[in-house]
Design a protein around this ligand. Structure first.
Ligand SMILES: Nc1ncnc2c1ncn2[C@@H]1O[C@H](COP(=O)(O)OP(=O)(O)OP(=O)(O)O)[C@@H](O)[C@H]1O
Length: 325
């Protein structure tokens, strides 16, 4: 189950006169993971929080599956929308199991169904229910707490999941791992996800499409990650993706046969490190940087099909960016 979300000429003016979001219109497609990125104060959190009515919009409309959210009871609305924030807000005096069971219990699920669901969710986020279920939040690492937060938000299989800097408090290594796992979970469940982050790397790694906002909640660009990196629609987007854009593109592109050097040369193809067709371009880059002669054999299904060198990476980058523009 998933839902599309439509922001239709949405405006938010806070009581002090701050216009956080001005005339914002865009659609989050069913099943997609859309990242909202932009500089601090540009209105990302406000936009997200309007979708579950933690912030009430001033004018315009937000539709979830065609239904105007102002016409839905807020309690019922929030039960259908998972919400994960940076400091995850677990109940400190409730165990992991009890935290994850919060909404099922509110909905009156029986014990057996709740227990089964909690076990399934903890497995999904990579926590062994027998090991972690009876622990309290203070007995967990930051990354484990975030996992519990994700499990809790997914408890009743909400059609929409809103995430505000969900991995922000986790150290860089743990963060990478959580991102990768969350990507897998998203593929598995197909929930519509809106993710707020100020981290462009996180956005391009996780999102199907990236929405770049500038101050006042203005939409600068809404496009797949490769397009945002290789063809920024405005100076504000170029500024945000910055000089690291090419490096970020490397993590998105994959090695294809057409990228390989035409002449396999005299490299000893049988031994030593090699790459597979389809490898991520940043892995290709790392491999050729480490090879003494800057050339690495590439295999497909066990057979060597060519050699990757520095030109390979440049060719591949051009191909990836050309395809996106
Ligand atoms: N309750 C409030 N009252 C008045 N102004 C507010 C309120 N909440 C947010 N703002 C202002 O609205 C603007 C957008 O804030 P918002 O938190 O949505 O931005 P953000 O992009 O999520 O920022 P950050 O990345 O720093 O969290 C900012 O100028 C902020 O100061």
């Amino acid at each position: 189950m998933a839902a599309a979300i439509v922001f239709d000429h949405v405006l938010k003016e806070y009581p002090d006169g701050t216009v956080a979001v001005d005339d914002l219109s865009f659609e989050v497609r069913e099943h997609e993971l859309l990242a909202l990125v932009g500089p601090s104060g540009c209105g990302k959190s406000t936009t997200l929080r309007m979708a579950n009515r933690l912030v009430e919009l001033t004018s315009g409309r937000i539709l979830i599956n065609g239904e105007d959210i102002t016409q839905v009871d807020t309690v019922a609305l929030r039960r259908r929308i998972g919400y994960v924030i940076q400091h995850v807000g677990l109940f400190p005096h409730r165990t992991v199991t009890q935290n994850v069971a919060t909404v099922p219990q509110l909905l009156g699920w029986d014990r057996a169904r709740t227990r089964a669901r909690v076990g399934e969710l903890l497995e999904l986020v990579g926590l062994d229910p027998d090991h972690y279920g009876r622990r309290y939040p203070h007995e967990l690492s930051g990354g484990e707490r975030q996992r519990v937060g994700v499990a809790r938000a997914l408890a009743v299989d909400p059609p929409v999941l809103l995430m505000d800097e969900p991995f922000g408090a986790v150290d860089p290594v743990g963060r990478r791992r959580l991102q990768a796992e969350f990507r897998r979970i998203h593929r598995e469940l197909g929930t519509t996800v809106v993710l707020v982050t100020h981290d462009v790397d996180e956005a391009v790694r996780l999102a199907d499409r990236v929405a770049v906002l500038s101050r006042g909640g203005r939409l600068e660009q809404l496009a797949p990650p490769v397009s945002v990196l290789s063809a920024p629609a405005s100076p504000a987007v170029a500024d945000l993706v910055g000089s690291g854009a090419a490096v970020r593109l490397l993590s998105l592109g994959r090695l294809e046969r057409a990228d390989l050097a035409a002449d396999a040369g005299t490299a000893d193809l049988a031994i030593g490190p090699h790459l597979e067709l389809g490898a991520a371009l940043d892995d290709v880059f790392a491999a050729i940087a480490q090879a003494p002669d800057g050339r690495v054999p590439v295999r497909e299904g066990g057979a060597v099909v060519g050699v990757a060198d520095a030109d390979t990476v440049v060719t591949a980058l051009h191909r990836v960016t050309a395809a996106a523009s």
